[in-house]
Design a protein around this ligand. Structure first.
Ligand code: URP
Ligand code: ZN
Ligand code: ZN
Length: 454
């Protein structure tokens, strides 16, 4: 036996119990009390929690965006991931007009084969059907394990937006193939209208990023997506939901039996739009923006009630000098914030403080992600699954600072956030990759996760 983790409290999506976990060949081979097996390495986890590695369903590494490229490379982003207990990331490669999706994904795979510090999968962002060719190509993509695709209903000027007709085609084609469409829902015309007005009035601070795309701008698009998906009878996954009205429409559709999945992010659970009034408000600029207290409260209520399916980060950091481009004009701020290293610690600390259960955190950060997106070997502590494991010390206090993160960015919106409890070790398929503050793996250890379709 390679590894025996002894005496910890194993947490699954449904229960917590004292058990040892035995690992061989990168897989969990036994779980039980006082296992009597010989192992090369025995780890004492008494007083600690043993959790499945988190799966961050939403990251943008090295993504060309906002006139630059997001600040984490695949190497630094995946290194940061494991240091925060994330053992699989989903990246969002964005198709340039005319490009094939397999060409795009294969070019990313080549980089990740050398750089990945955690396992990885792709949701491919489709921006152009290339005269219908992409609808055909999706079949091969699904066969290659890319079983989800993303549409942006925004970023019109950036050439990334899809219209409703294209959304409908993609929803229907994905259903045919057993795949899933992920949607970034905000209304682009309302954003343009409001932005134009604010710029004309000289209202250019980061606050007007929020004001140009407030609650109802997101809600309209959320509801439109739910409308299309329910009437076309297709499943759909709404990414980074941040507003109450849209959230309630999704929950209603779920309650009526439609397959509508809801993702939110830690930044929407922690911050409100008030951050945009701060002097450094531009650092918090992401889309959709943080919303008001009512929306944040609704997100927590839905999360605790089991109505939110996943919590993922939308990790897309930019350096301070890039955020500064928009000091005097919010439209010039590259959109996106850091989070991949903060997801699991933040959510687990919330559980430690009694805001929700540890089981629920495991469910939304690991188990549900694996189920929704077809990662059959991931997301749970069970015999036969990959030994992606996190040992968590509920008594270790930690204050987030850019100095103790493992990314390449130079600032973080999470600076100064105090957490109660922190991961102390991360294992990727049975190999120790994070140990008490240090990255101890090596780039290239991460594997491609070939997913199964629905
Ligand atoms: O502001 C964000 N969210 N940047 C990344 C791209 C996206 O919309 O997900
Ligand atoms: Zn988005
Ligand atoms: Zn995103």
């Amino acid at each position: 036996m390679e590894l025996l983790i002894k005496g910890g409290t194993v947490v699954t999506a449904t229960e917590k119990y004292l058990a040892d976990v035995a690992v061989n060949d990168g897989k969990i081979v036994a779980i039980g009390k006082d296992l009597t097996v010989e192992a090369d390495q025995v780890v004492d986890a008494s007083g600690k929690l043993v959790l499945p590695g988190a799966i961050d369903a939403h990251t943008h590494m090295a993504m060309p965006f906002g006139g630059t490229v997001s600040a984490d490379s695949y190497l630094s982003g995946t290194r940061a991931a494991v240091c925060g207990g994330v053992t699989t990331i989903f990246d969002y490669p964005v198709q340039h007009k005319g490009e094939t999706i397999l060409g795009l994904v294969n070019s990313k795979k080549e980089i990740l084969e050398k750089e990945a510090c955690c396992d990885y999968a792709f949701h491919c962002c489709i921006t152009d059907l290339n005269g219908g060719e992409i609808l055909d190509e999706m079949e091969q993509a699904v066969a290659d394990g890319i079983t989800s695709f993303k549409c942006f209903l925004v970023y019109k000027k950036e050439g990334m937006m899809v219209d409703d007709g294209m959304l409908a085609k993609l929803l229907l084609r994905a259903k045919e193939l057993g795949a899933l469409i992920n949607v970034h829902a905000e209304n682009p015309d309302l954003i343009d209208l409001r932005t134009e007005q604010y710029l004309k009035e000289g209202k250019t601070s980061a606050w007007y990023h929020y004001m140009s795309r407030p609650e109802f701008v997101e809600a309209e698009a959320d509801k439109r997506v739910v409308h299309w998906a329910t009437h076309l009878d297709t499943p759909v996954y709404l990414v980074h939901m941040a507003d109450k009205e849209g959230l309630l429409a999704c929950i209603q559709a779920k309650e009526e039996g439609h397959e509508v999945y809801i993702e939110t992010c830690p930044q929407y659970l922690e911050f409100t739009c008030d951050v945009y009034k701060r002097e450094d408000g531009r650092n918090f600029v992401c889309s959709p923006p943080m919303k008001g207290q009512e929306s944040q409260d609704a997100l927590w209520t839905a999360l605790k009630a089991g109505m939110i399916d996943t919590v993922a980060t939308d990790h897309c950091p930019f350096q301070s000098y890039e955020k500064d481009w928009g000091k005097d004009d919010f439209t010039k701020i590259p959109n996106g914030c850091a989070g991949v290293e903060n997801l699991y610690p933040y959510m687990l600390s919330a559980a430690n403080d009694g805001k929700l259960s540890y089981e629920r955190v495991v469910e939304v950060c690991a188990t549900n992600v694996a189920k929704i997106f077809g990662c059959e070997n991931k997301g749970a502590i069970a015999v036969g699954k990959d030994a992606d494991l996190v040992i968590y010390d509920p008594d270790k206090d930690f204050t987030i600072s850019v100095e103790n993160m493992h990314s390449d960015y130079d600032h973080t919106i999470w600076e100064g956030k105090k957490l109660h409890g922190y991961p102390v070790q991360t294992y990727l398929r049975g190999k120790l990759v994070y140990d008490d503050g240090e990255y101890v793996g090596h780039p290239g250890m991460g594997n491609y996760v070939k997913r199964i379709h629905r």
